[in-house]
Design a protein around this ligand. Sequence first.
Ligand SMILES: Cc1ncc(COP(=O)(O)O)c(C=O)c1O
Length: 374
Amino acid sequence: MAYFDHAATTRLSERVRKAMDRHLRDVYGNPSSLHTPGIDARKTMNTVKNRLAEHFGVTRQNIVFTSSGTEANNLAIKGTYFRHPNEQIITTTIEHHATENSVRFIERVGGKTTYVGVDRDGFIDLEALKHALKTQTSLVSIIYANNEIGTIQPLKKIIPIIKAHGALLHFDMVQVPLHQAIDFSELEADFVSLSAHKFYGPRGSGCLIARDPALLEPLIHGGQQEFHRRAGTENVAAMVGFLEAYEAARENTKAHTEHVDNLSHYFIEQLNVKNFDYRLNGPDLDHSRLNAVLNIGFKGQDAQHLAFQLNRQGIYVSLGSACDSDNIELSHVLRAIDVPKAYIKGSMRISLSDENTREDIDHLLNTLEMLFNE
Ligand SMILES: Cc1ncc(COP(=O)(O)O)c(C=O)c1O
C-alpha cells in the first residue's frame, strides 16, 4: 500500500503508543482528586504541560488542551467573539473547515465577519487585510500553513499590519509541527492551534496556546480544568501522547524535511519525465510552502474517479472536496486560488511524510498512467 494522506492524519508512532500505554496502565487517578492516585495524575499532567510549555516558550498556564485542532480553532474564534460580540472577526477564504464554519456560525448568530482573499498561490491579499481592519476588529484568524495547497503565509508582513491595528491574532498551525518547531515566544501571535494526530500522535488531542487565556470566553462549562478555559476531566494519556509526539518531531525535523523535500522534487520531476498534463496548485516547490502537501490538478481528469481507482490498488490520496454520490462540491480553497476549469476537477492532494518512499511515488505514477490510458 502507499499512503499519501499525511495531511489528513498520520500513524500513531510506536514511541508515542508505548508512552501512552505506560501511562494508561500505571496512572488512573482523576487529576482533580485530592488522594494519592489523583495527585499522581496531576503531577504527570503538570510535568507534560511544563515540558511542552518549555518547547513553546510559554508557561503551562498558556496551554489549553482540547479534543482536537477543530476545538482549538473554535475556542480561539468563538471564545473571542463572545467577549466582543459587536466587533468583526476577519479570516481568509482558504481556511480549514474548523475555522470557516466557526466564522459562519458567528454570522448566523448576528456577528460581523470579513473574508480576505488570496492570490493564485494562496498568499493573503495584504491590501485587502489592511482595508478590512478599518472596521473595529476583535480577531484575525489565519491558516499559517495550508492543509490543501501547502502555502505558508508571510508572517513578517502580516504581523505588523495586525499589531498596528491592535486586533488579536490567531494562527492555525495544525499542519506545522512535523516541519518546524513552534516558538510562540517569537511569534507575536495571541493564539496558536495544534493537533497531535498530524505529527504521529493520537487523535483527539489538540491544544490552543494562548498569550492570555483569560481573553477567551470558555465554550465548555463545568469544572475548573485547564485554568477555567475548558471544563471536563483531563485526558492525561492524550496529553502524554501529544508531548511524546512533539518531542519526537523535534528530534526528527531535519531528517523529515530532507526526506520530504527529496521526495517532492522526485515526484514533480517524474510528472515531467512522464509527460503528465498537470499543474501544481499553490506555490512552486521550495517557495514559502510545505513541500509535503502537493495538490496536483490533472487536466481533463475526474479526481474523484481516480481516487476511487487508486484506492482499489492500495494507493491513498485525498481530494480536498466534499462530495456525495451525485454532487461534487469543489474545494473552496482551489476555487479561492482560481485553479483553471480544465484542472480543478482533476485535482488531488498527495501529502507526504518520511514514511513514504520513491517506490511509493513510482507506484502512484505508474498506476495513474495506466488509468489515464484505459
Ligand atoms: C489546518 C488544519 N486546521 C485544523 C484541523 C483540524 O484538526 P483536527 O483534525 O484535530 O480536528 C486540520 C485537520 O485536518 C487542519 O489541517
